[in-house]
Design a protein around this ligand. Sequence first.
Ligand code: FAD
Length: 385
Amino acid sequence: MLPPLIQPVARCDIAIIGAGMAGASLAAEIGGDANVLLIEAEAQPGYHSTGRSAAFWSETYGGPAVQPLTSASGDWLRRSGFLGPRGALHLAAPGGGAALDRLAAEFAGRGIRLERMGRASIASILPGIRRGFDDALAEPSCSDIDVAALHAHYLGAARRAGGRLICDARVIGIERAGPGWRLSTTAGQVEASVIVNSAGAWATEIAALAGAMPIAITPYRRTVVQLLVEPAAPAELPLVIDAAGRYYFKPEAGGRIWLSPHDETPAIASDIAPDDYDVALAIDRLEQVVDWKIVKREKAWAGLRSFSPDRAPVYGPDCQAPGFFWFAGQGGFGIQTAPAAAMIGAAILLARELPSAVSSIDIDRYGPSRFQTKYSGCFPNRRIT
Ligand SMILES: Cc1cc2nc3c(=O)[nH]c(=O)nc-3n(C[C@H](O)[C@H](O)[C@H](O)COP(=O)(O)OP(=O)(O)OC[C@H]3O[C@@H](n4cnc5c(N)ncnc54)[C@H](O)[C@@H]3O)c2cc1C
């Protein structure tokens, strides 16, 4: 048996479980204001959802409940060089313009530029578009995100502020130790005053270990396939999203595309793999939209998008387990919302003022207390004990 990596017991103020985008960004935002330990089950942080995303930032993606977080993240992401120009085209199927009307209505008055486009404009940016696709909404602000660089930035910032990361350390037990917690991990024991649940698809399991609220954070499989197509996809192609949510695709280097059937299959938390059916479905849907030849299916992958019951994220102190903090349910938007989410999470954890970038956001709408049923004594979303 290998000796435990943490000997005899690691102590910290805040133990963050999961070093994906959520845990890493929160650790960085806490900075030197607390002694932070990031605990990651895998050998590499970012192995699960964070390393499998489609890498875009879109203010409409995730719906109106998520938009304030995405919009508030945009300035910092752009200024820091993590966003690149892309644009999105919400494309209606023939006769499906009502979906565009609904999208425009949902985001009216939120300061997001959405422009209706007709056949000629669509055809000029989407070569090979089939007949009948005559109606679209352009979302020019949609951008690519450099996910790996953003994640590395947060891990580096956390490390420079004195935070520690241990990998290959799966949390397998959580118990009370005085006013704080003792965590058993596969690498040894950790004692912490506060634990943060940023375990992505495993968030409900972590809550159960700690006796926290049983909020059902449900993982759903999402598939992406990389295709070599002919003619080569133009590098300036926007992200093309079906207005009815049946596919999206965006260009990748060398004239390739990343294509998803927008699948959302309930799954159990695991190292999820793509299903051939979803890949075939994606290709079939693409072929209904453009007349491109598929030269090669190069690779496919799947990841888990984990949603709370109302599909908004959960940030804040647990209602029944003092010192247990939720930072979960990042669904399909955990990269594009990471800066704002981390600012909010750190402000609540450290009882700091909200930074101006997020000060107008109603943070209580993301608190765990909205799922409180039979429990009582839930604290307002301002403090952790
Ligand atoms: C195909 C796909 C496309 C996507 N596209 C986009 C996009 O374009 N834009 C966007 O913003 N979002 C996108 N998302 C969503 C985004 O990837 C997620 O919201 C985000 O990565 C969630 O980050 P996380 O840190 O919560 O989860 P994860 O990255 O999964 O991290 C959770 C970590 O917790 C660790 N962990 C779990 N249990 C334990 C334990 N017991 N002990 C220790 N560690 C543990 C795991 O090993 C994991 O590393 C996409 C997701 C998928 C799957």
